[in-house]
Ligand binder design. Structure first.
Ligand SMILES: [Zn+2]
Length: 325
């Protein structure tokens, strides 16, 4: 067992499931509601992850059929991969936000997704030889997405009745466009998904027509004043101190924006070149994609705030420059 289940409070368990990545685990939560249990996030679709979940439920003394509801904080593969199988095996109801439903269905259906990604990466200056290697990693990940329709949508501000009292849903876009946190004011406790993660900065990736980094900043600002003693994150340990964490995370992104501004002030750069400027070590294709989309999210944020501008060359290449140079 990766880590035995942790009983946070009577009626609330943390179950840690394995991931075959550098980040080697994801946390899911079991929250008692009425006669049943809500499973918050489901882990990656692997045999190891499934076996681990069943073993941990056994340790707690629950059959898999005790899960009567599945709630997704957001629809990234490490949080949704086992949803289809668990729904089939338990007959549970499924809930997620509308934005996340749209993203999930888009990811599961869209056959032109690789072309979209190729187009974005080509325009960002990624060498043609690297693109198929990045896409290969993505094809594997796509197996985690099913076009599953939820039974109900999670709405910002709505309240879930649980055995621990009311939990308020707080929509926190940024890491994912319809990301949801669950907040108990009575218990001063937040199930934070990937919005707040100790020791890890949540990946903020570019999405078409979104200001992901601007949304993330707004979502951090929203959570900042809440009274929270305990953060229950999607990765890493349970921790306290969300306010210093938010301050550091905001400073980290400001610093990254400043590094990008300085690079493009020296000479116009592609997003791909900026990845080389910002990450000293060479990145594996899988990580290169995350780094690139993170840089693109910062560029989008800075463009919307008139710090940088983007010139599109005849061949479609996007060249970024500083607006004050
Ligand atoms: Zn995530």
């Amino acid at each position: 067992m990766l880590r035995p289940p942790i009983e946070v409070l009577p009626g609330l368990w943390q179950l840690t499931l394995p991931l075959p990545f550098e980040l080697d685990h994801v946390n899911t939560y079991l929250l008692r509601r009425g006669e049943g249990w809500t499973l918050i996030d489901t882990g990656l679709r692997t045999a190891d992850s499934y076996n681990e979940l069943v073993a941990q439920l056994q340790t707690i003394g629950l059959p898999i059929s005790a899960i009567t509801e599945i709630l997704l904080t957001h629809t990234h593969p490490d949080h949704v991969g086992q949803t289809r199988r668990l729904l089939d095996e338990t007959g549970a109801r499924l809930v997620m936000s509308r934005e996340e439903r749209d993203q999930l269905v888009g990811l599961a259906h869209s056959e032109d997704r690789p072309q979209l990604l190729t187009g974005t990466m080509t325009a960002a200056g990624v060498p043609a030889g690297l693109i198929p290697r990045i896409l290969r990693g993505f094809a594997q990940i796509r197996l985690n997405f099913d076009a599953i329709e939820p039974d109900a949508f999670l709405e910002d501000g709505a309240v879930l009745d649980t055995a621990l009292g009311p939990f308020q849903l707080i929509e926190t876009p940024g890491h994912s466009p319809g990301h949801m946190c669950l907040y108990s004011r009575d218990r001063q406790l937040m199930i934070s998904g990937d919005h707040i993660l100790q020791f890890i900065t949540p990946n903020i990736g570019w999405l078409p027509e979104k200001d992901a980094l601007g949304d993330f900043h707004r979502s951090l600002q929203r959570v900042f004043p809440l009274e929270i003693e305990t953060i229950l994150p999607g990765h890493g340990q349970i921790f306290r101190g969300h306010q210093p964490w938010i301050a550091e995370t905001r400073a980290h992104h400001d610093e990254r924006c400043e590094q990008i501004r300085m690079s493009v002030s020296e000479s116009p750069r592609t997003a791909h070149q900026l990845v080389g400027d910002l990450w000293a070590r060479p990145l594996a294709p899988f990580h290169h994609r995350f780094a690139l989309f993170e840089v693109l999210a910062h560029l989008e944020y800075m463009q919307r705030r008139n710090v940088v501008t983007c010139e599109i060359l005849d061949d479609g290449l996007q060249l970024w420059r500083s607006l004050d140079s």
